[in-house]
Design a binder for this molecule. Structure first.
Ligand code: AMP
Ligand code: ZN
Length: 454
């Protein structure tokens, strides 16, 4: 079976037919670098990393180009830099470094290219000039705007009725705008705002044009797959399509448009005001990166995820069980289970792929031939089992403190309860320790030892 991916453009699973199998091309919208990324942002990072790994498996590692941009010019960046009293460059450098460290800790391979918007201003200007030349853009009051009515099939991706698009675009009514949906390609900058010289005066780009310029620079006028979170369908991706198709005269910008569903926390939308806002950094202080990754992949990428501590605990326990077996077969020749590959070929069905890993794990414990090697290889394709057993076992949450005297005291108390055959008390003490993140092991010689477990 060939790789089938759900295409937002056609609203069905489409077979990926590469424009050039020797150079499969993927573009994913990256972060706006002004603050720590949150656990919702980790979802596209991990989902498209699995896609990247799968494409490398199918087409060869040297035949896939994955571009994920860095948006380092944006009004949120200007405001944050001003509030912190640092330069824009300082803020974007600092935030980008944090983001790269987070992505690595989540087990994501670096994309082939990570272009910065500010280094592609010339390409943006070239595209805007093309749009002005062929009547798809106009100048008004120092701004350049894309003329939505100039594109008859605008809205093909999001398929929303016109009034909904107008409401969803949430763009200000401005005197220089001719159509309600027209959007900014270029806007003027005041002396204290970042700006670049252009044919329309000193200014800066709109957000959408950045991605059209960077995808064009590295992947060409049309390419294979474009990805991002579901919230980007409208207006961001719709507008990228409008700009690129109208500038270059093609019907399509990318053949397949993939969108990940949203993540919510303990049943609620994540927001600063609800106090349930989790940065990737905080999550990494509490859990190993592979637990976060595995937990993310247990849900299909298009479904919403409910991010819960209970789910994370479950993921941690499963990986704890899996690690020794995976390490035992780490040196075996890589052989993927065909049904595992088939699950991923079916629109990146990671929950099904994980179910197959569970079966392989069971078969390994039953010593069925090749099951162990398959189990380890499948895990690697998902970006798991990258630590040594020692690293895995000794990992501790950043704020983990153990009161060893208290633990010793509780073990003694439990021993006394067992001697008195008070099993209820013995179980209660064991449960208390589990709550503290400590697992007990009763040894054959009558002693009890403990280790850190969650
Ligand atoms: P932003 O920095 O808000 O542009 O987001 C960067 C990426 O994260 C985009 O692809 C968004 O669609 C995605 N994203 C933002 N919030 C969430 C969320 N709660 N769940 C899943 N993806 C998200
Ligand atoms: Zn984009």
């Amino acid at each position: 079976m060939a790789l089938q991916l759900y295409n937002t453009l056609t609203r069905r699973k489409d077979e990926l037919i590469p424009l050039d199998p020797a150079r499969l091309r993927l573009y994913v919208c990256g972060p706006t670098v002004y603050d720590y990324a949150h656990i919702g942002n980790a979802r596209p990072l991990i989902v498209f990393d699995v896609l990247f790994r799968m494409l490398r498996h199918l087409y060869g590692a040297d035949h896939v180009t994955y571009v994920r941009n860095i948006t380092d010019v944006d009004d949120k960046i200007n405001a944050r830099a001003a509030a912190r009293g640092i330069s824009i460059r300082e803020l974007t450098e600092e935030t980008n470094t944090i983001f790269q460290e987070d992505a690595q800790a989540l087990g994501c391979l670096p994309p082939t290219i990570q272009p910065r918007a500010t280094e592609h201003i010339a390409a943006m200007i070239t595209i805007i000039e093309k749009l002005l030349e062929n009547g798809h853009a106009y100048v008004g009051d120092g701004h350049v705007l894309f003329s939505v009515p100039s594109m008859p099939d605008y809205g093909r991706l999001s398929r929303r009725p016109l009034d909904e698009m107008i409401a969803g675009a949430r763009v200000d009514v401005a005197p220089y705008k001719k159509g309600d949906l027209d959007f900014v390609l270029w806007k003027p900058s005041t002396a204290d705002e970042p700006g670049w010289e252009s044919p329309w005066g000193r200014g800066r780009p709109g957000w959408h044009i950045e991605c059209s310029a960077m995808s064009w620079t590295y992947l060409g006028e049309t390419f294979d797959i474009h990805g991002g979170g579901i919230d980007l369908v409208f207006p961001h991706h719709e507008n990228e399509i409008a700009q690129s198709c109208c500038a270059f005269g093609h019907d399509v910008m990318a053949n397949i448009w993939m969108h990940n569903g949203f993540l919510q926390v303990e049943g609620e939308k994540m927001s600063k005001s609800l106090g349930n806002f989790i940065t990737i950094r905080q999550a990494l202080a509490d859990w190993p990166g592979e637990v976060l990754r595995f937990n993310m992949l247990k849900t299909h990428y298009r479904q919403p995820i409910d991010w819960t501590v209970a789910g994370l605990r479950e993921s941690q326990r499963e990986l704890d069980r899996w690690y020794p077996i995976a390490k035992q077969y780490a040196e075996s020749e890589a052989i993927l289970a065909p049904e595992f590959v088939a699950a991923l070929e079916d629109d990146l069905n990671t929950p099904d792929a994980i179910t197959i890993m569970r079966r392989l794990y069971k078969e390994t414990t039953e010593e069925i031939a090749f099951a162990g090697a398959r189990f380890a290889s499948c895990g690697h394709l998902l970006g798991l089992f990258e630590k040594t057993q020692a690293e895995w076992t000794h990992w501790k949450p950043a704020d983990f403190r153990i009161d060893e005297i208290l633990v010793a005291h509780k073990i003694k108390e439990r021993l006394d309860a067992r001697k008195a055959k008070d099993w209820a008390a013995s179980d209660r003490i064991r449960d208390e320790l589990v709550e503290m993140g400590i697992a007990l092991k009763d040894n054959k010689d009558g002693t009890t030892t403990w280790e850190v477990k969650r």
